[in-house]
Design a protein around this ligand. Structure first.
Ligand code: PEP
Ligand code: MN
Length: 361
């Protein structure tokens, strides 16, 4: 697939500063005092980029929907008096026009907006000719092309300073996270656009404070550009997302604990050790492929046999037996249920596909 994003022009690193880039601030701008006090504290711990929601997209009506334009002068005050760059979410062209009157530096497009190409196009049209950096959150559903599509629409409108915000994906049913990270999606985005900055938003992934450290560390270990994180002067009384916000002091503690590892290895000895270990992985992957091939051959044999004797392909009892046994084994071998289930489901699906083909030949 061909993409339109001009890679060499994407760089907004000058705007963002050194890695890891930290953008922090409250979920919502609630009052001038809350906005200013949070900003002063964050500036005090070395943060230069401030986020705050002014118009809030809420899942259900009736909850706090943001202070709207009234909050914009407070953010301009942060910019002028505290010396931070300020970022807000925009979901409608009127938000952009209002924000520009108050010198807002950075715009971000929220997860519920990225899903809608009409809305994204309207925003891109309204931004035409602007030099402001624009951050694009992933859509709520795990659709990488929709995420890329939004970046492309902005890029087509001449926006060069783009960054992606990874905030996790919706999931129905009990889950550890508020929005499942599905790291493979931002990893694939990074593979396709190596120069596009990717910031992880641990707040909306976790939905709770106790997971923030772990998810932020994961983002650092994946060599993402930085964090986009919620911080409130007094989270207990926050008007939105109180469970996931950290005080600036707690944010500092969390950031100080992060281990920032090297992305590139120069040391000869280290390189050799890595090379050696990677070689072993490659050999094991070869073996895995051979075993899978053998397994598929047997599946095909079974397919022919079932066809001859007029037996259905999918047999529930057999499938439960396969998965049940491997889950127990996975446990013993220290592999997560989620992983074992995914692997065997994929293998089983491929087998069914092959048998289906045989049946209908
Ligand atoms: C936010 O950043 O406050 C927000 C509303 O996020 P999202 O669009 O990721 O839900
Ligand atoms: Mn929020």
């Amino acid at each position: 697939m061909e993409y339109e994003i001009e890679l060499e022009k994407l760089d907004c690193t000058q705007e963002l500063g050194e890695k890891p880039v930290i953008v922090a601030g409250p979920c919502s701008a609630e009052s001038e005092e809350q906005v200013m006090e949070t900003a002063i504290k964050l500036k005090g711990i070395g943060i230069n980029l401030y986020r705050a929601g002014v118009w809030k997209p809420r899942t259900r009506p009736g909850s706090f929907e943001g202070m709207g334009s009234k909050a914009l002068p407070w953010l301009r005050k942060v910019k002028r008096e505290v010396g931070m760059k300020v970022a807000i979410e925009v979901a409608h062209p009127s938000h952009i026009f209002e924000a520009l009157k108050y010198d807002i530096d950075i715009f971000w497009i929220g997860a519920r907006t990225t899903v809608n190409p009409f809305l994204v196009q309207n925003l891109a049209d309204a931004m035409r000719g602007l030099d402001n950096p624009v951050f694009v959150k992933n859509p709520v559903n795990p659709d990488l092309n929709l995420w890329i599509g939004a970046l492309e629409r902005l890029n087509r409108a001449g926006i060069k300073k783009l960054a992606a915000l990874h905030r996790g994906f919706s999931y129905f049913g009990p889950n550890r996270y508020r929005n499942v990270p599905q790291w493979e999606i931002p990893i694939e985005l990074r593979r396709r656009f190596p120069k596009l900055p990717i910031l992880t938003d641990p707040s909306h992934i976790c939905g709770r404070r106790d997971l923030l450290q772990e998810v932020s560390q994961e983002a650092m270990d994946l060599n993402f550009t930085g964090l986009f994180i919620e911080s409130h002067i007094n989270p207990d009384v926050a008007l939105s997302d109180k469970e996931q916000q950290l005080t600036p002091d707690d944010l500092k503690i969390m950031l100080d604990k992060l281990v920032i590892r090297k992305a590139e290895v120069e040391d000869e000895k280290l390189l050799n050790t890595l090379k050696h270990l990677r070689k072993q992985i490659d050999l094991l992957d070869d073996e895995l492929m051979d075993v899978l091939e053998k397994r598929m051959r047997i599946s095909e044999k079974i397919g022919h046999y079932k066809k001859e004797h007029n037996i259905t392909i999918f047999q529930n009892v057999r499938w439960n037996e396969i998965v049940g046994k491997r889950l127990v084994q996975g446990h013993e071998k220290n592999m997560s249920e989620e992983f074992v289930d995914k692997v065997f489901r994929a293998i089983h699906q491929e087998s069914i596909k092959k048998q289906n083909k045989i049946m209908n030949e």
